[in-house]
Design a binder for this molecule. Structure first.
Ligand code: IVH
Length: 672
């Protein structure tokens, strides 16, 4: 047992290290650790804090992991209204704004007109309140006067400091400090989130994803989605005349991020060049911006020149027009998704747009083609706004060529030739040949192998295409029965890659039941749903007999999802697939219901040595911890039990010598 002094030193060390890696990841975009190793550090801290609850402080990074379930977000009044900004798309109006401010300043007898230009972050505005340096409240803008108190969710955001340390003593000491800024999702985190969701539930852009996340009731889910924060306003500086630019610098010193791309502008030309520089430059940033915000630097003058009912007179937002380009629609191909949906995709003459070359764009569905009235070989206007994927927004009718041809909706699936169908009440068409359509089989396999599912990196697109084409694999169960000789002669394979794939598949069997549930690709079952389901129904045997009514009682599962799960288990191919997975040794009955675990490891210290067949170390340790036990790294007389796997060595010997109880993996499993 470690003593409290060692523990507090270790806790302090872990906190510093975790905060450092948070900074590297979120502020500097230079991560040094993998997600896995980072989680390990955090787990270590949480475990120590559990042992020494007195050492937990409100600013510990462990407080960011969430867990609180909020039923309702209380309404709170803002200290002063959160105004919005007047917008413009025109440089001429920026000039008018500039001259207007100049006149107002002259009335105040001020000649020197300094403005600060900042980027306009595309997210959701929030206000943070700090008392004696500690974060006490985080609220949404709401109607500007009242917002929602979403503190538990805000605390999960790593770039929101839980404590600010005012080393130079420039902040008010007794009163409060308020920081305002924008919550957003970095492009990378947005893509990761979308990848983890069923296709039909994906967010259109990072802003929507942010708005949809900050009001979730489950703060642990908010934490998993990884949001970021940039600060652009600081109130509570002792010297109230501190200019805005200095306040932005101060925010950085206090541990916030401002994005660091602001600039002091002494004349109009500085403003226009800032706007022009970032028109293209912004595409290289890891997050989305939609314009430039201009603010008067002299904060003391803000109040003097005042605000209209909605927005201040001392600031304006210049918004970049959505980027557009024109190009020619060469062809339309129809793609078949993993769930059978048929999506028309425009093949375009390659054209440069918003920093990248675009040659394809989605047309969403056939109604969209009709709405646009677009024909093959038309000149079209494409646009990239908030969305990551560009879209066709209109046709240049004046330039319609003589040979323009109508786009025909295929009557049969382009992949398998089955007549296509239209789902009742839905805009899209789909291929009903769920079992045999190669595109759907490929889609299911790729989903199964994807990062958030079974994470089988060596199973890529080209390989899946071959495996399906030569009918070596028809469902995900077949993957586990592949033999090296069958793979070696495939294109771009060879002995080494065949070995790697077989090994990767074997390793994937150690993944959790929850992941497997997600990996099956049941319609509407994303990662969060899979998590809930695995807790409520810890094996396929239990899940497959659950009725729609029962399933609807699980948190976050509505009637549509419940029906989809029942439909999945009612399919004739499902029992056969589950049997293959069982034979292959996948965790089809693996999970344990969280609420139902026994506590028969209470107070027991357990040591694992040697390799386990059916669990990885992390999972085995979790299972012990869930049951009240503690995993240790070295054997002593006090060790409660040693689980010896294959090739166990010196630790096993020592345990036997000391007379410590030794069990096999099978016995360990039985105890679970
Ligand atoms: S200052 C009174 N600065 O844009 C001034 N806002 O259209 C308050 N925004 O509600 C806002 N980046 O959500 C400011 N650098 C920035 C910003 C910014 C994004 C958002 C913010 C605000 C909206 C106004």
């Amino acid at each position: 047992m470690i003593d409290i002094i060692t523990a507090s030193e270790e806790i302090a060390r872990l906190r510093l290290e975790i905060e450092r890696h948070n900074r590297l990841y979120y502020l500097e975009a230079k991560p040094e650790l993998s997600d896995y190793d980072f989680d390990k550090l955090l787990e270590k801290l949480i475990a120590l804090e559990k042992l020494f609850p007195d050492l937990v402080t409100p600013d510990s990074p462990s407080q960011r992991v969430g867990g609180a379930i909020t039923r309702e977000f209380p309404s709170v009044q803002h200290r002063e209204p959160m105004l919005s900004l007047s917008n413009t798309y025109s440089l001429a109006e920026v000039e008018e704004f500039y001259n207007r401010v100049k006149k107002l300043l002259l009335l105040e007898g001020v000649e020197q007109q300094e403005m600060v230009a900042e980027l306009k972050f595309d997210g959701v505005a929030i206000s943070l309140i700090y008392q004696s340096g500690l974060l006490v409240r985080g609220a949404t803008r709401g109607d500007g006067v009242q917002g929602d108190d979403i503190t538990p969710n805000i605390k999960t955001i790593p770039s929101v400091p839980l404590r600010i340390v005012d080393q130079k003593g420039v902040l008010v000491t007794d009163g409060e400090v308020e920081v305002r800024g924008e919550i957003f999702m970095r492009k990378e985190d947005f893509e990761r989130l979308n990848e983890s969701r069923p296709e039909e539930e994906r967010f259109a852009n990072p802003r929507n994803a942010t708005a949809g996340t900050i009001k979730l009731q489950d703060s642990a889910e908010v934490a998993r989605r990884r949001m970021s924060f940039v600060a652009y306003y600081l109130k509570g500086v002792k010297d109230e005349s501190t200019p805005h630019l200095q306040r932005l610098n101060l925010l950085e010193e206090l541990g916030f991020t401002t994005g660091n791309h602001y600039r002091l502008c002494r004349e109009l030309a500085d403003i226009t060049s800032f706007i022009e520089e970032w028109a293209e430059g912004r595409w290289t940033l890891p997050y989305e911006t939609d314009g430039v915000v201009l603010k008067l630097n002299d904060v003391a003058l803000w109040e003097k020149i005042g605000a209209t009912s909605k927005s201040p007179r001392w600031a304006i937002a210049y918004k970049y027009a959505a980027q557009q380009a024109t190009t020619v629609l060469r062809d339309v191909v129809f793609q078949v998704g993993r769930l059978g949906s048929i999506t028309p995709v425009a093949e375009l003459e390659p054209v440069l747009l918003a920093g990248s070359t675009v040659s394809r764009s989605t047309l969403h569905n056939f109604d969209e083609i009709e709405r646009l009235g677009v024909m093959l070989r038309d000149r079209v206007i494409i646009e990239k706004s908030g969305e990551v994927i560009p879209k066709v927004i209109s046709v240049v009718l004046e330039e319609r060529p003589e040979d323009a041809a109508p786009i025909e909706l295929p009557s049969h699936c382009p992949e398998c030739g089955t007549p296509i169908a239209r789902a009742e009440g839905e805009v899209g068409y789909y291929c009903p040949n769920e079992e045999e359509c190669p595109a759907q089989i490929r889609g299911r396999l790729l989903h199964f192998a994807s990062r958030n599912a079974m994470d089988i990196k060596s199973l890529g697109k080209a390989l899946v295409e071959q495996l399906v084409a030569i009918k070596l694999v028809r469902d995900v169960g077949d993957l586990y029965f592949l033999q090296e000789p069958q793979l070696e002669n495939l294109e771009r394979m060879g002995v080494k890659s065949a070995q790697n794939l077989v090994r990767a598949l074997a390793e994937s069997r150690l993944k959790s039941y929850e992941r497997l549930l997600y990996a099956l690709g049941i319609r509407h079952v994303g990662r969060a749903t899979a998590r809930e389901l695995s807790a409520a129904y810890p094996s396929f045997d239990q899940l497959r007999v659950a009725s729609e009514e029962e399933l609807s009682l699980v948190p976050d599962i509505g009637p549509v999802v419940a029906k989809s799960i029942c439909d999945y288990f009612a399919k004739t191919s499902t029992p056969e697939l589950l049997e293959k997975l069982r034979l292959a040794g996948l965790p089809i009955g693996g999970g344990e219901a969280k609420a139902q675990v026994n506590r028969n490891f209470e107070g027991l210290t357990v040591l694992f040595t040697g390799g386990l067949e059916r669990y990885d170390r992390q999972r085995a340790s979790e299972l012990v911890a869930e049951r009240g036990g503690r995993v240790v790294g070295s054997v002593s007389k006090k060790t409660g039990m040693v689980v010896a796997g294959h090739d166990a060595g010196s630790k096993l010997e020592k345990a036997l010598k000391l007379g410590v109880r030794v069990v096999s993996e099978d016995e360990f499993e039985a105890m679970l």
